[in-house]
Design a protein around this ligand. Structure first.
Ligand code: ADP
Ligand code: MG
Length: 762
């Protein structure tokens, strides 16, 4: 309860004036005791005049405190201050106890010293007014600010005009890892922060928001900065700054900087970016398309994700597909699309792994094959297939080429097998016809001559068929110069082809040693030219161009181009298949390219063909160049005139061939001793019962021990007896150097005699 103060009655005029003032006034004497109190002062402080007179101005009972809560020491009271300094003390805010109650009132105090004539202070007039209400409001606001300041999750630092930190909140201390003491006074440009930009570069004052705001007087940021903490870690901050100025004042008095700790955010984001980049790299490495197909429980479904080589594989725009992934297969033919949908419909029921193959026409016009794989996974929407689409065109083509090649080889083997047997029959037929021709009258001479001619061309054909089944034997590698061979072939073409055909040549090499025998390689060139001639039949301005060019130092390319009828796709696919021909019976055998390709691959070469129906064909053959090696030529058979006599051992598994040879030998004046195989022949030699043995006729291909195997054994048993090898087809790679001569079956009488004469002369 506040007591009603008892005002002192006014004593003089000035006292009367003071008496009525609405400001509390007390007069303090030099000894600090209070000599006058006006009624307002008594009322404000809740004391009687007597109680006032009982107190000094710095009495402890006032329990005075400053606005910041610090208690006012006896010297700091405005009255004693004014007395001491002899100057006016103005505008001090202090809180004092009101009367005897616990309540404190806030007063705004001024103290004015009265000087005596000698200049000393006589007394001090202290005036004060009650500002409790204003002070309370201010304190409340202040505490609100304080609690906001300290509880903010954002870091907040107040910088002085020189850039140093005046104060910082708890979050700032935590984020920066520094106490308030450590922070206070430190500048934003302090090197200990070791500031870096988001990209890790060093930071200058022009990058720091608080410095910018100080300099420009404008808000700055947000800017991402990395700051070093005393514990060695780095915090990433998003910093903003706003200038501080007093109301109506242009001058910047400081800066408030706020910052958010985005370390975790940033680390997460960077990790995410890195993993994205990693996924992208993985996607880039996939030689196809990666997709996800979502099948929903309600039966609907579609591609939900697609990435990778979309344009490369499917020729559709990647942007289009990104907008609508289901356009991925927009270009499929209806039949293929239906098959794909059916395959999907099947697999979503069985929930098995997905695998499907489809073909389509790429925008570049080629037919491509794709293989789709997918593995299922259940997700909240239903079934999610994740998989890849791969281009398997090359694989398909390879398989097809292999199948074709196997077929060609099988047919080649078959052809060679047939040819071998057929040749043995010719070996009987031909000598017998020849023999018959000698003993008949003129009426029979012509038919027999025809028969012989036919048998000879049959023998020729058979030789070509035999070449198909030939095996490449390791060892000797005959080589031949392609240049004279090509020239020779061109010569033959000019001699024999229709004059209407223009033949052009471009021989860009002086020498081109390739692997193979002269006859085989020549056959390749001739076959290509003959086919061109056939294709040029009936076309306008028929032209054949043969060129030979070097492909670097390692290969020669033979090109045979014609402006003929060209080939259909079906024909293109089948060329090289033995017996495949589009020509009339009797005009084509279908063996030309089969044997040519065989020779080319034996030579280590490759071929390619470009042909369009109606506009001509170009065959290119690439032969790797051989390194020249000296070669021991097989002994040439020189015609001789020696008389033939003595015994010849004939080793051949075919009885009719044996007897035909026996007849021919008898006609030549010699005696034939027959053996039906290599073993038997060797036994005969081992028994050494033959008198006057002059030569051995040895068939090379026989069941059991072959002639090739028997040859060295024969030479061991009878080193001085010449051996003549007989073969349907003699591969030149085979080492026959132990034989004195080689003759192809069927053997003509004259040829046999010539060979025998030659070897016996030796
Ligand atoms: P053949 O000439 O006996 O028919 P080939 O193996 O030489 O046998 O040729 C097979 C087939 O390939 C020919 O029947 C023909 O249809 C086709 N062919 C080969 N070369 C050409 C060409 N230059 N132009 C058109 N078609 C060709
Ligand atoms: Mg041909």
């Amino acid at each position: 309860m506040a007591r009603e103060p008892a005002p002192t009655a006014p004593r003089a005029d000035w006292e009367r004036t003071l008496h009525d003032l609405d400001v509390g006034v007390v007069v303090q004497e030099r000894d600090l005791h209070i000599s006058y109190v006006n009624p307002k002062a008594a009322a404000l402080l809740g004391l009687t005049a007597d109680e006032f007179r009982d107190r000094r101005t710095n009495d402890a009972r006032w329990d005075a405190v400053f606005a910041d809560g610090r208690s006012v020491s006896p010297d700091e009271h405005p009255g004693p201050q004014a007395l001491q300094r002899g100057e006016t003390v103005r505008g001090v805010i202090i809180g004092v106890k009101h009367g005897v109650a616990d309540e404190r009132i806030w007063i705004l105090v001024s103290a004015v010293p009265h000087l005596a004539a000698d200049g000393t202070v006589e007394r001090v007039v202290i005036s004060f007014s009650d500002i409790s209400d204003a002070q309370r409001a201010f304190r409340e606001q202040e505490s609100t600010y304080q609690s906001v300041f300290s509880s903010m999750s954002e870091g907040l630092a107040v910088h002085n005009a020189d850039g140093t930190i005046r104060t910082a909140n708890a979050s700032a201390q935590r984020v920066l890892g520094l106490s308030l003491d450590q922070l206070t006074g430190r500048a934003a440009t302090d090197s200990r922060w070791r500031l870096v930009t988001a990209s890790g570069e060093k930071v200058g004052p022009e990058d720091i928001p608080s410095e910018i705001a100080l300099r420009t007087g404008l808000p700055a940021g947000p800017t991402v900065l990395g700051v070093h903490r005393p514990d060695g870690t780095r915090a990433w901050l998003e910093v903003q700054a706003a200038p501080l100025r007093e109301q109506g004042d242009a001058q910047v008095r400081g800066v408030v900087a706020t910052f958010k700790d985005i370390t975790t955010e940033r680390t997460t984001r960077l990790a995410l970016e890195a993993s994205r980049a990693q996924v992208q790299r993985v996607l880039d490495a996939v030689p196809g398309i990666v997709y996800q197909y979502q099948h929903r429980d309600d039966g609907s479904g579609g591609i939900s994700f697609v990435a990778g080589r979309i344009r490369e594989l499917l020729g559709v725009s990647e942007d289009d597909v990104r907008i609508d992934p289901n356009r991925l297969f927009a270009g499929l033919a209806p039949r293929e699309r239906a098959a794909l949908q059916e395959a999907i419909a099947r697999v979503v029921v069985t929930r098995e792994r997905f695998e499907h193959e489809l073909s389509f026409e790429h925008v570049d016009g080629t037919v491509r094959w794709l293989r789709l794989f997918g593995v299922p996974d259940t997700n909240p929407d239903g079934l999610l297939y994740t998989g890849v689409v791969l281009d398997v065109t090359a694989e398909k083509q390879l398989a097809e080429a292999l199948r074709l090649r196997q077929r060609r080889e099988a047919m080649g083997d078959m052809a060679a097998g047939i040819a071998h047997n057929f040749n043995n029959m010719l070996a009987v037929i031909l000598p017998n016809i020849q023999m018959a021709r000698e003993g008949v009258d003129d009426a029979m001479a012509e038919p027999l001559a025809d028969a012989e001619r036919a048998a000879r061309s049959a023998a020729d054909l058979v030789r070509r068929m035999l070449a198909l089944g030939r095996v490449d034997l390791p060892g000797a590698q005959p080589q031949v110069d392609l240049v004279p061979i090509t020239m020779e072939a061109l010569h033959i073409c000019r001699q024999t082809f229709d004059r209407g055909i223009t033949i052009e040549e471009h021989l860009g090499m002086d020498q081109a040693l390739v692997r193979g025998s002269a006859s085989e390689i020549q056959q390749v060139v001739l076959n290509l030219c003959l086919n061109a001639r056939d294709a040029l039949q009936g076309v306008r301005n028929p032209t054949l161009t043969v060129s030979l060019t070097a492909d670097g130092a390692r290969a020669a390319v033979l090109t045979v181009r014609d402006t003929g009828v060209g080939m259909t796709e079906e024909t293109l696919r089948r060329i090289g298949e033995p017996f495949f021909t589009t020509k009339m019976p009797g005009r084509g055998t279908g063996l030309g390219l089969a044997s040519a390709f065989h020779t080319i691959s034996e030579a280590g070469g490759t071929w390619s063909v470009l042909s369009t129906a109606g506009s001509g064909t170009t065959f290119s053959v690439r032969f790797p160049l051989a390194i020249p090696t000296p070669r021991t030529p097989m002994r040439a058979v020189a015609p001789g005139r020696a008389a033939l006599a003595g015994t010849v051992l004939v080793i051949d598994d075919e009885p009719m061939v044996r007897s035909a040879l026996a007849r021919q030998l008898t006609r030549a004046g010699m005696h034939a001793e027959l053996a039906d195989g290599a073993e038997r022949g060797l036994a005969v030699l081992r028994e050494a019962r033959l008198t006057n043995l002059r030569a051995v006729l040895l068939d090379l291909s026989m069941p059991g021990m072959s002639g090739l195997e028997a040859l060295p054994l024969i030479k061991a048993l009878a080193p001085d007896v010449p051996v003549v090898a007989l073969s349907g087809h003699v591969p030149e790679q085979v080492d026959l150097s132990a034989a004195s001569a080689v003759i192809g079956k069927p053997v003509a009488q004259q040829q046999l005699e010539e060979v025998l004469r030659a070897v016996l002369l030796d």
